[in-house]
Write a new protein. Structure first.
Length: 614
C-alpha cells in the first residue's frame, strides 16, 4: 500500500504541470458552460454583506489583482532562489534544499504562491470555481509529501529539523516583520523574473475587469503569459540532464571531523561559562560541546549544518550514558577493543532514527573506533604515512615527544626534520590542489589566490614541534602518531576526572542540524550568552559574514561573548558593527599564544554591548 502511494505521488510530481492544467481547464469549462448563469463568488459574498452586485464584482476583481500581485512577487522571489532548472525539472531535485530568502518563511513558497493566485481567480468565477483551489490543495499536498520524503531521505535530520521549525505554506505571523531582511538575503534575479512571471499580466487584466465588469480582460491579458510559462517549463523540465550529475558537496557526504581540532582551553577561559549561560557551539566532532558541560552551563546548543557531525555527537553521548569511562575509551578508539560492534548494538536504542541509520551503514568506522572515522582524520593518516613512515622519522617523532627542552627540539627540527623530503612534501601534500581534492572547494572560495598552503602549514608545524609543549599536545600526537600519546593527555572530555560531570549534564545538550543563519533567525532576542563559532566564517562572503554577525547580535544577551578562529581567511567584525561588537584583542592574543590547536592563524574574542548601540 505504501509502495503504491509512493508511485502515485511520483507520477503526480513528474506530471504536475499537466495535472494542474487539467484541473484549471475542467473547472473553467464548468464555470463558463454548465454554471455560466450563476453569479460570481465575489458577488455572492458581497450580497451577503449587503453590498450591491456591481460593486461586489469590482471588489472581487480588485482583490484578485492584489492576490495576483502577491503571488507574482512570491513566485518570482522563490524562483530566483531555487533557479529555473531546478524548479522546472520534472524529477525531484535533492542536490540541495533551500533555507534562505522566502524559504526562511515557508518550506514551499512556490506552491503557496500558486494557491494564492488560484484562490484569487476562483473569487471571480461562479461557486463551482472554488473547486479549483480545493483540487489544487489536494494535488499540492501530494507533491509536497513526495518532495519532502525525497529531501528527508537525502538530508535526514537536517531537513527534519528545518521542517520542524518552518511552516509548510503559511508563514508564522511573528516572522512577517522580517520579510525585508529575508529579501535582502536573497533578492530577485533575471532568471527568476523570466520564468515565474506567469501571473504578472493578470494584474492589469483584473484591474480592467474591475472597471468594465468583464472577466474577459483578465483572461485575454493573462493567459498568454501562462501558455508561455507552460511551454518553457516543458522544455526545461524535459531537457536531458548533464552527462555527469553534479557531485555532492563533500562536507555533507560523511563525517568531516571525528574530533574537534580546536583547543577548548582558550575557549573556556575566554567564554567564562557559568550556571546561567546558554552556549551556542558548532558541533564539529562534538568534543568541545561535551567539554563545555564541565563549566556547568544551563544549556548547550550543538549546531551543525552537516547532519553526520550531529550523528557522531549523538553516538558519543550515548556512550557516556551507557558505558563506564573505560568502556567509552575502548568504544571510541582510545584503547584497543575487539567488541565495538557489540557495544554499538547496546548503544543503538539511545540514538535517533536518522543517527541509527547512519551508523548501521558504517560498521568499519565502528570497528576502527569513531574518533578515527572522519575525512580529516583520514587525511592525517595519509599525511602521517607520507611524513613519518617511509623516511625514517618514526624514531625522530619519539624524540620530539620525549624532549621537554624547546632549544633541543629546535635543533632536531633544523637538522633532522626540515630535510628535502619535508620541503617537497609541504609543496605537494599540503598544497592547495591536494586540499581542494580532499576537501570541499567552499573552504577555499574566499581565500587569497597568492597564499602558499605549503609554506603556511610548514610554519605551523614548526611552531608545534618547537615552541609549544609537545608532550601534552594531543592534536600533534594524533597527527604524528595516529593516537593520543598517553591517557594523561587526552582531550578534556575523555579524561577520567571529567567523565561523571559530563555524563550527569548530558540532558542540557540540544542537538540541532541547520544552517547557522536559519537557526539564529528562529531564536528569540537576547537568548544566548556565549557563542563558539569555530572557523565557520571562512566559508562566508564578507556580506554574508556581516549579516550573520548582525543576527548574532540580535540573539545575544547584552554582555554576551563570541569566540571564533581564522584558519586561512581573515575575519574580524567590520567597522559597521563597532557600536555593538567590541574586540578583546589583547585577551585573544594571550590565549592564542598557548593554543595547542596550532593550525589556526587568528583567534577572535568579541563582546556584545547592546546598550551602546546608536
Amino acid at each position: 500500500m505504501a509502495s503504491m502511494s509512493l508511485k502515485i505521488q511520483k507520477f503526480e510530481f513528474e506530471n504536475r504541470i499537466f495535472i494542474s492544467f487539467g484541473f484549471v481547464l475542467l473547472v473553467c469549462g464548468l464555470s463558463f458552460s454548465v454554471f455560466a448563469a450563476e453569479p460570481e463568488t465575489a458577488v455572492l459574498l458581497g450580497t451577503a454583506l449587503g453590498i450591491p452586485a456591481r460593486l461586489s464584482l469590482a471588489a472581487g476583481h480588485l482583490a484578485a489583482a492584489l492576490l495576483m500581485a502577491a503571488a507574482s512577487f512570491l513566485r518570482i522571489w522563490a524562483g530566483s532562489v531555487l533557479t529555473s532548472r531546478r524548479m522546472m525539472s520534472f524529477k525531484v531535485k535533492t542536490d540541495a534544499f533551500c533555507a534562505c530568502g522566502p524559504y526562511r518563511l515557508v518550506r514551499h513558497p512556490i506552491y503557496a504562491a500558486d494557491y494564492v493566485a488560484f484562490f484569487g481567480f476562483a473569487l471571480c468565477l461562479p461557486p463551482v470555481g472554488l473547486l479549483l483551489p480545493v483540487f489544487l490543495f489536494v494535488h499540492y499536498t501530494q507533491l509536497i509529501r513526495y518532495e519532502e520524503r525525497s529531501l528527508l531521505g537525502e538530508f535526514g535530520s537536517a531537513y527534519a529539523e528545518y521542517a520542524r521549525r518552518t511552516p509548510r505554506l503559511l508563514p508564522h505571523l511573528v516572522r512577517l516583520p522580517r520579510l525585508g531582511e529575508a529579501f535582502g538575503e536573497e533578492g530577485v534575479t533575471r532568471d527568476g523574473l523570466r520564468h515565474n512571471a506567469l501571473y504578472l499580466t493578470f494584474i492589469p487584466g483584473f484591474l480592467l475587469a474591475a472597471l468594465t465588469g468583464e472577466l474577459a480582460w483578465a483572461i485575454i491579458l493573462g493567459v498568454p503569459a501562462v501558455v508561455d510559462w507552460a511551454v518553457v517549463h516543458t522544455k526545461i523540465g524535459t531537457a536531458k540532464e548533464a552527462a555527469a550529475p553534479a557531485r555532492k558537496k563533500k562536507v555533507f557526504a560523511d563525517i568531516l571531523y571525528a574530533n574537534c581540532w580546536e583547543d577548548p582551553r582558550p575557549d573556556r577561559l575566554a567564554l567564562a561559562i557559568g550556571p546561567e549561560d546558554t552556549v551556542l557551539s558548532i558541533t564539529s566532532g562534538g568534543c568541545n560541546v561535551l567539554t563545555f558541560l564541565l563549566d556547568d552551563p544551563r544549556r548547550v546548543i550543538a549546531l551543525d549544518l552537516n547532519p553526520h557531525q550531529n550523528h557522531l555527537l549523538e553516538l558519543k553521548m550515548a556512550a557516556f550514558r551507557g558505558l563506564s569511562h573505560a568502556g567509552v575509551l575502548e568504544f571510541v578508539g582510545v584503547r584497543e577493543s575487539s567488541s565495538r560492534r557489540r557495544t554499538y548494538e547496546q548503544l543503538r536504542p539511545a540514538l535517533s532514527q536518522q543517527a541509527a541509520r547512519f551508523w548501521d551503514a558504517r560498521e568499519r568506522a565502528i570497528d576502527r573506533g569513531v574518533i578515527h572515522g572522519g575525512r580529516y582524520e583520514g587525511y592525517m593518516r595519509l599525511l602521517r604515512k607520507s611524513v613519518v613512515g617511509p623516511f625514517g622519522k618514526t624514531r625522530l617523532v619519539r624524540e620530539f615527544f620525549e624532549t621537554a627542552d624547546s632549544a633541543e627540539r629546535a635543533r632536531l627540527f633544523r637538522e633532522r626534520w626540515n630535510d628535502l623530503w619535508w620541503k617537497l612534501l609541504t609543496r605537494v601534500m599540503l598544497s592547495r590542489r591536494v586540499n581542494s581534492v580532499l576537501f570541499d572547494k567552499a573552504f577555499f572560495a574566499h581565500l587569497d589566490r597568492d597564499l602558499s598552503f605549503g609554506r603556511h602549514f610548514a610554519q605551523k608545524a614548526e611552531r608545534a614541534l618547537v615552541e609549544l609543549p609537545v608532550q601534552e599536545n594531543y592534536f600533534l600526537a594524533y597527527i604524528l602518531l595516529g593516537r593520543f600519546a598517553s591517557e594523561r593527555h587526552l582531550p578534556p572530555y575523555l579524561r577520567e576526572e571529567n567523565f561523571a560531570p559530563i555524563r550527569d549534564r548530558l540532558d542540557r545538550v540540544e542537538v540541532v542540524t541547520d544552517s547557522g543563519e536559519h537557526f539564529l533567525s528562529t531564536l528569540p532576542d537576547s537568548s544566548v550568552s556565549k557563542f563558539n563559532f569555530s572557523n565557520i566564517f571562512e566559508w562566508m562572503s564578507p556580506a554574508a559574514y556581516e549579516r550573520f554577525l548582525r543576527e548574532t547580535v540580535r540573539v545575544a544577551r547584552d554582555g554576551a561573548r563570541l569566540v571564533y578562529r581564522n584558519l586561512l581567511v581573515f575575519r574580524e567584525h567590520p567597522p559597521s558593527l563597532d557600536g555593538v561588537l567590541h574586540s578583546q584583542g589583547r585577551l585573544a592574543k594571550s590565549l592564542q599564544a598557548e593554543d595547542l590547536s596550532f593550525i589556526y592563524d587568528n583567534y577572535v574574542v568579541e563582546d556584545v554591548r547592546k546598550e551602546t548601540r546608536t
